[in-house]
Design a protein around this ligand. Sequence first.
Ligand SMILES: Cc1ncc(COP(=O)(O)O)c(C=O)c1O
Length: 471
Amino acid sequence: MKRTTFDFPLSLERGGGEPLRAQLIRGLRAAVHTGRLSPGSPLPATRVLAADFGLSRGLVVEAYEQLLAEGYLTATRGSATRVAIPLPGESRVAAPVATVPRPGLPPPRPRFDFRPGIPDVALFPARAWMRALRRALAGDSLAVFDYPDPQGVEPARIALATYLNRARATLADPARVVLCTGFAQAARLVGEALRARGMRRIAVEDPGHAEQCTDLRASGLELVPVRVDDRGLRIDELAQTGAGAVLVTPAHQYPTGAVLAPERRAALLEWAARQDAFIIEDDYDAEYRYDREPVGALQGLAPDRVVYVGSASKVLAPSLRQGWLVLPASLTAVVAQAKLSADRGSPALEQHALAAFLEAGDLDRHLRRTRAIYRRRRDVLLEALEARTRGVAAGLHLLVDLPDGVEDIRLVEAAARDGIRVYSARAYYAWPAAAPPSPALLLGYGGISEKDIEPGIQRLVRLLWERRAVP
Ligand SMILES: Cc1ncc(COP(=O)(O)O)c(C=O)c1O
């Protein structure tokens, strides 16, 4: 058996009864039948295959022509010969070769997509990111290919600390930065570190982000919901919980959009000092603030009490799965150890790319550009809504209150049938533990184009009035 540059094992018996051409045809046919060569996959150039197997090129050309004639392969001018894709209902694969289920097609995207919490990935700065990746690869050290420091590669920790200290008013020391797989992993790592210190309860905002709660709960902590009003988290209620830590979104509460009021920021820091507690600050989209200066991070006021968490998911793209923690000294080693045992560190090349991207000022440029775009989308949305809205000053989504008596869940379902994706705010509450929330919708404007906003809202409003008229 010979392994080739094509990495395709094929046994050819020389000097046996069967000609080599027939053996090659049979081998390729069998590979298509078993699914080893999957539909649409390219075959190597005849020259390459011939060289790999020590055959004449003419023989390989003949074999390909035979399989083209039989319909096993397809070829178009100027591109590689490929395994043919069977017509619907036609199956060449004799038996399943793998038991791994193949993911189905993603659900069709709604015509009007007001999904909250996502940026417009069409705005991703692909060129700048490619430049950064190239720079990461072109460095003179081969260390980029070795296991990384599980805490994060040093250039990325330095670049992040420099950026956060400038843009978010943190007091970040690169030695206390840990890079991780988004907020999702940050929550898990910190949760485990807190459990390891014997902590049992953590307070979370109500309403808040259900998936984050799941991530925290997975580390074994008990979650205690604390209400949020239009000035942010109720610190008076937090003080009653007996929790040893709290997860907050002070710059832009998720999902209400409230900014934690100055006196509550002070009260929160006092609570943490008094209780010897930790504050986990989820700073997920603070860079997107439209009507006034961004609120600085709490971490800058109490670096030994606050665990700062940032993520590339809103400012760049969620697919990057990049997140970062700035930790108090007392938690750094234990969180770094948790990261080591979780996955031995985040992919190094992407961390180096992030460092190069930040150092070149590309994040600042990207934010300047996208902030203006999102601001226009928000303005168009506000104009179209003509209703009471909340949390409009920042972020990529807002809340709109529905008239009394509207059944929000039914409206969301009717909207989905009509090609509009919106979410009810209800899903974010710890209700029924707390009082049922008044009906409101969460509308994201990150992933919808400016021109689609008004027609989408008009359609939604029509549905709303139809539902009111027909109980
Ligand atoms: C409130 C909040 N925090 C953080 C994140 C980022 O999570 P991750 O970094 O895991 O994508 C999100 C993303 O949806 C979010 O809504």
